[in-house]
Design a protein around this ligand. Structure first.
Ligand code: SF4
Ligand code: MG
Length: 323
């Protein structure tokens, strides 16, 4: 497996302004020192509750935000050191699909204009060849090519997401960040769009970073899964290992809340007490200790490191240290 994106010690702190002078009085530590690799051709999912830092991680990789610290390498290229023109080239390699296609599609533009713009910005194809290409793209995502002159509101939610996918595909990217890409859709439509994404992945050799709070969706689409809690990766593993043999207490709790596939006997539900603490002043030691059913004294002071538990399986918990 070849690494496509290598993220090391990524931090994303957002300043909080306050006081009479509007100075920075604190930081939201949205992502706080995470490292992981996305391999070519895989689907790596990031799961976690809202505010855990998963979207922030995606935005940093796309360089939509400037990270506070850390390194991001895309095909060995230092993404954070790129100048304007190189960054433009990189934009062609990395695309994003958002949750709400209606918000990200200009309502005053037809599909021809929306996709035409994507092709024009990156100059992928000569102007006179674009209409043909747009029709191909539409057919490729299961939309009718003769609907090329329709506006976003003339499509259903699922169809609009297909337009968003076609727009991402237009520039022939290597990586697509899917941020809650099917979360706004009905369950039956979700399955269709997920299947389309899988199909396109094998056809175009795409790599996905799939960001979602929905474990059912993640189970369906992923090769590997990273679980985030309060700005940290607490567990990362090959999908089956994570779902069938979770090691981190937080992962176990998350998984206990979803129905087992095929109506198998459900594991006992682990209820977490309390709310997710604020990412402004996250708990010392293990960030999960305020909610962890297995927390020990040591967990309050000492931060557990992500450690290798076996082939393609890492977790960060003191309970696992002795093994
Ligand atoms: Fe729970 Fe301690 Fe493990 Fe954190 S390190 S997950 S508090 S047992
Ligand atoms: Mg989000």
């Amino acid at each position: 497996l070849n690494p496509l994106v290598e993220i090391s010690h990524l931090k994303q702190y957002f300043p909080i302004k306050g006081g009479i002078f509007g100075q920075t009085i604190n930081y939201v530590k949205a992502v706080d020192d995470i490292s992981f690799t996305i391999y070519e051709g895989e689907t790596l999912s990031i799961v976690g509750e809202s505010g855990c830092g998963k979207s922030t991680t995606g935005r940093a990789i796309l360089r939509l935000d400037e990270p506070t610290a850390g390194e991001i390498h895309f095909r060995q290229k230092d993404v954070l050191a790129l100048g304007r023109s190189e960054l433009r080239k990189l934009r062609k390699e990395m695309q994003v699909i958002f949750q709400d296609p209606f918000a990200s599609l200009n309502p005053r533009q037809t599909v021809r204009q929306i996709l035409g713009e994507a092709l024009a910005v990156q100059n992928v194809i000569p102007r006179d060849k674009r209409p043909e290409r747009i029709k191909e793209l539409l057919a490729g995502v299961g939309l009718r090519p003769d609907h090329i002159d329709r506006y976003p509101h003339e499509f259903s939610g699922g169809q609009r997401q297909r337009i968003g996918i076609a727009r991402a595909l237009a520039v022939e990217p290597k990586l697509i960040v899917c941020d809650e890409a099917v979360s706004a859709l009905d369950v039956s439509i979700q399955a269709q769009v997920l299947n389309l994404l899988k199909h396109l992945q094998s056809e175009y050799k795409l790599t996905y970073l799939f960001i979602s709070h929905d474990l059912g969706v993640v189970r369906h689409i992923s090769d590997r899964v990273a679980v985030m809690y309060l700005g940290k990766i607490v567990e990362i593993a090959e999908k089956t290992k994570l779902f069938e043999n979770p090691q981190h207490p937080y992962t176990k709790a998350l998984l206990s809340s979803i129905p087992a596939p095929g109506g198998a006997v459900k594991k006992e539900r682990i209820l977490l007490t309390g709310d997710v603490p604020s990412p402004i002043n996250p708990p010392q030691g293990c960030r999960f200790h305020t909610r962890c059913p297995q927390a020990a004294e040591r967990c309050k002071h000492q931060e557990p490191a992500l450690r290798r538990l076996g082939e393609d399986h890492q977790a960060a918990c003191h309970l696992l240290d002795a093994r």
